[in-house]
Design a protein around this ligand. Sequence first.
Ligand code: BEZ
Length: 315
Amino acid sequence: MELAQLNSFIQVADSGSFSQAAAKLGLSQPSLSRHLQQLEQSLGVSLLDRYHRPISLTPAGEFFLAYVKPLVEQLEQTALLTQRFAHTPSDSQLTIGFVATVLYGLLPEVISTLKQQFPELNIKLVEVSSEQQMAALKSGEIDVGFGRFRHEDAFVQQIFLRHERLVAALPADHLLSSRPAEQGIALKELVDETLMLYHRTPLPNAIASGPTDPLLYLFEQHGLTPKQTMKVRDLQIALGLVAAGEGVTLVPDSLKTVRTEQIHYHRLYHEDATTPIFMNILAHQPHPFIQPLLSATYHVYERKGITYSLTQLTP
Ligand code: BEZ
């Protein structure tokens, strides 16, 4: 069984067409057909129903595709990552991927702490969602990422940094905004409001039947469903709409300095209303500046008296 045969099978299965698959793989149709026949012969079973259009898979083909496709993808990623050992990472440039909410928080301070120690280091910042950080690390687009969600990826190590509390963002003239700061707001007090949803990617591994939006998921964990929601493109828009009195939302605590003239941020009553922060790195080829970056992060936490989870990187 050869990789080229497996790729031919996957392409035909995905496109349902021999001509499209051949064009995508840069093969002639006879070569593609030969790959498929050889594969079927080596397995001793038909994988394709060739008598109908678009071409469909036999039950054996469906089974084979479901298991072989992730293996081929993993093999290709392994080959790409292995090739990267040939290039030593730059010791003068560090590209950091981040989700918007960490930029409002401690990321600028962490970077300036690192720069004080390494003034020559050239740092590039790119906004990349938590989920896309996995692929961006493997392709070399970023050297490290700061994200909010846990992802399963054999090639990526996620270093848990800390839990950050969520706070309620309310229009300044909202009735709850005059509540004393020490008295938290309960989620059930927000269910009649329009809840602004701003997360672009769904929760990974969320319970299949449950909500995949992180804020709705939190409400559901407390047995609640907001009566009205509005999905917006990003956090800035969500906060703009809160400022305009259109609704409320929940944001990480570090955002509570944004638009404070129009928005009141209030502590939530629930201890578990938190959002994690992870540092994402390639498991086997960490960039030489990962350890200094992690140390700079811990340094900032200590300076600010923030509770965090300490991880020792294996050399
Ligand atoms: C934090 O808010 O904990 C954080 C954000 C970005 C980088 C490191 C830490």
